[in-house]
Design a protein around this ligand. Structure first.
Ligand SMILES: Cc1cc2nc3c(=O)[nH]c(=O)nc-3n(C[C@H](O)[C@H](O)[C@H](O)COP(=O)(O)O)c2cc1C
Length: 182
């Protein structure tokens, strides 16, 4: 069986984003059966149904990447007890034009992280809600809420906390098994 293509989406555009750092750590841990690729979302124009008459090239390219992926791994920060606008916009862009939901029928999973000890729990669950309508099959267990992100990385930007590393590793193993069920 070929490798499963996993699109990795990060809901923060910050250069020093902890979510992006966590995503890169997990991409580096990718198991044999998963090909994990970061898919950028910051370039996507705000979704506006009028533009679907002649969609921007960035939308077309992004929709193609989402359609071609075999699964999705999301990394979300928490903005005001929900997901960031940029991540919601990406979900909306690839869900259209009407009747062409590019996310549908694929497996997905969420890692949420925050500088607070709560690990962006509210955003993690807020992201699960649109997944119902987008028809992405979300892994339920295990869950990944990464809190206190400011204390987890070294000066080189690499994850130093061994417990978090082990947690991410076992989460990825579970996601590999989940993705390979489809
Ligand atoms: C607009 C905004 C709203 C935020 N709201 C929350 C929040 O509701 N809960 C929380 O835990 N952190 C909140 N934060 C802090 C973020 O969790 C923190 O900035 C985090 O590091 C963002 O992820 P990043 O490092 O990947 O950019 C907020 C940050 C911003 C910029």
């Amino acid at each position: 069986m070929g490798k499963k293509k996993i699109a990795v989406l990060v809901g923060s555009l910050r250069k020093e984003s902890f979510n992006k750092k966590l995503a890169n750590e997990m991409i580096a841990m990718a198991p044999e059966s998963l090909e994990m690729e970061l898919v950028e979302i910051g370039q996507l124009m705000h979704y506006n149904e009028d533009l679907d008459q002649n969609p921007p090239a960035e939308w077309v390219e992004f929709r193609k990447k989402i359609k071609e992926a075999d699964g999705y791994l999301f990394f979300t920060p928490e903005y005001n007890r929900s997901i960031s606008g940029v991540l919601k916009n990406a979900l909306d862009v690839a869900s259209r034009p009407y009747g062409q939901n590019n996310w549908a029928g694929k497996p997905g999973a969420i890692v949420s992280s925050s500088i607070s000890p709560l690990g962006a729990e509210a955003a993690n669950h807020a992201l699960r809600q649109p997944m119902v309508f987008l028809n992405v099959y979300m892994m339920q267990q295990p869950e990944a809420y990464i809190g206190n992100t400011m204390s987890l990385f070294g000066e080189d930007g690499k994850l130093q906390n061994e417990d978090t590393k082990a947690h991410l590793q076992s989460y990825l193993q579970a996601f590999e098994a989940w993705a390979n069920r489809f």
